[in-house]
Design a protein around this ligand. Structure first.
Ligand code: GLU
Length: 410
């Protein structure tokens, strides 16, 4: 078994032990239903042919159509996509959406592509995989390196085969059958979870300091919503560098600065901080909101935060998870903390199917209800079973998938 998937399996097995699942059931639940690897060949702007590798991995459909993002990133490979697809299965189950899990991606550095190349790449990928996805089969969404525009191209290309079909993909632009509140949803969900967790210790957002790794879609919205809620965001890093201000960064100004200069580095009125410095910063809450595998056996001993809220997928390696736990640092796992995105994807899919639009207040209200309810369920389960929150989240998610599988049969 590959490295990244082996790590994800470890958490699964901890829950499977507590659920007393048979080895046959474990094998059935872990093995993906379908893995597809395709050639994505397109004409580049310079007239040459660019050839890329694309994946769509469908992990489990026992609770409904499979759901999960589409990642365009140089580090995309089959092992990573399988890991992320399995995380989607447990994530949709933790927040009790009627979905299974899938993930896709193309190994590419989108910063090296023109808009035209990005569009042709997206359309070509749809040409290759259209028969395995669809509103009742598998519904892609944005992830790292993709956005609402990519989803619009995806839908448009899919519709060339099947006609009007807005529910074939989520995270679309609001002007083109997307949902209000989808773009901010993962960040908003993260803040909702951070607030609920602090609440368990008698604290509120203004009583805490926050450091965020990543200032992309998830990190920037989480920072903005924390800032609006009175939370003090003291540190932020991204690919260009990092900024630190113990008095709290003005996130609205930081966002405007990053939009203009391409990143957070050099934001006036702040000190520079490295990525390693940020992960070891003296804050209450550390929020990894970028790549996976950033908390390792090496740096986990340096973490000084009291709490970690995993906005990224798979940011903590199992060795680090153990060290953090031994050091009494409370970690809210990805499959709960970042489920706000897929939750509003679900609302978008529902609106598309019903041909009825929700307003922003309604989306936010329903999102907060689901996030809070799921948090409380995981929290109570952790207390009852005396296990970490991650184990409790897997217990809830894996338990639901296992029951659905047993009820449906094979
Ligand atoms: N890519 C997001 C995730 O990892 C959202 C998936 C979706 O909306 O389907 O959860």
């Amino acid at each position: 078994m590959s490295d990244s998937f082996a790590n994800a399996t470890l958490y699964f097995n901890q829950a499977a032990d507590l659920l007393d699942l048979s080895s046959n059931m474990r094998r059935l639940l872990l093995m993906p239903e379908r893995e597809v690897k395709v050639q994505v060949a397109l004409e580049m702007d310079n007239g040459e042919i660019g050839t890329f590798v694309g994946f769509r991995i469908q992990h489990d459909s026992s609770r409904g159509p499979m759901k999960g993002g589409l990642r365009f990133h140089p580090e995309v490979d089959g092992d990573e996509v399988l890991t992320l697809a399995s995380l989607m299965t447990w994530k949709t189950a933790v927040v009790n959406l009627p979905y299974g899990g899938a993930k896709g991606g193309i190994a590419v550095d989108t910063r090296k592509l023109s808009q035209g190349e990005l569009e042709r790449m997206t359309r070509k990928f749809v040409d290759e995989i259209h028969d395995m996805v669809g509103p009742d089969k598998d519904i892609p969404a944005p992830d790292m390196g993709t956005n609402a525009q990519v989803m619009a191209w995806f839908m448009n290309q899919y519709e060339k085969f099947y006609g009007f079909n807005p529910a074939c993909v989520t995270g679309k632009p609001v002007e083109l059958h997307g949902s209000e509140g989808r773009e901010e949803a993962t960040g908003r969900g993260v803040v909702c979870i951070a607030k609920a967790m602090l609440g368990k210790f008698g604290k509120n957002l203004p009583d805490a300091t926050f450091a965020l790794q990543g200032f992309g879609n998830v990190g920037s919205y989480a920072a903005k919503i924390l800032h609006e809620g009175g939370g003090k965001v003291v540190g932020v890093t991204d690919m260009t560098g990092g900024v630190w201000n113990p008095e709290g960064l003005n996130i609205i100004e930081l966002q405007a600065y990053a939009n203009k200069s391409g990143g957070v580095a050099g934001f006036p009125g702040s000190d520079a901080i490295t990525n390693a410095g940020l992960l070891a910063a003296p804050v209450d809450v550390l929020i990894p909101a970028a790549l996976g595998g950033v908390l390792t056996a090496d740096n986990a001993k340096d973490v000084r935060a009291k709490y970690i809220v995993e906005a990224a997928n798979n940011p903590t390696r199992p060795e680090a998870d153990e060290i953090l736990r031994d050091r009494g640092i409370l970690c809210v796992p990805d499959i709960l903390a970042n489920a706000g995105g897929v939750t509003v994807s679900y609302f978008e899919w529902v609106q598309n199917q019903q041909k009825f639009r929700w307003d922003l207040a309604h989306v936010r209200h329903e999102l907060e209800k689901i996030m809070l309810d799921s948090f409380n369920k995981v929290w109570d389960l952790a207390q009852e079973k005396k296990v970490p929150l991650r184990t409790a989240a897997y217990l809830l998610g894996v338990g639901r998938v296992a029951r659905a599988t047993a009820l449906g049969g094979i």
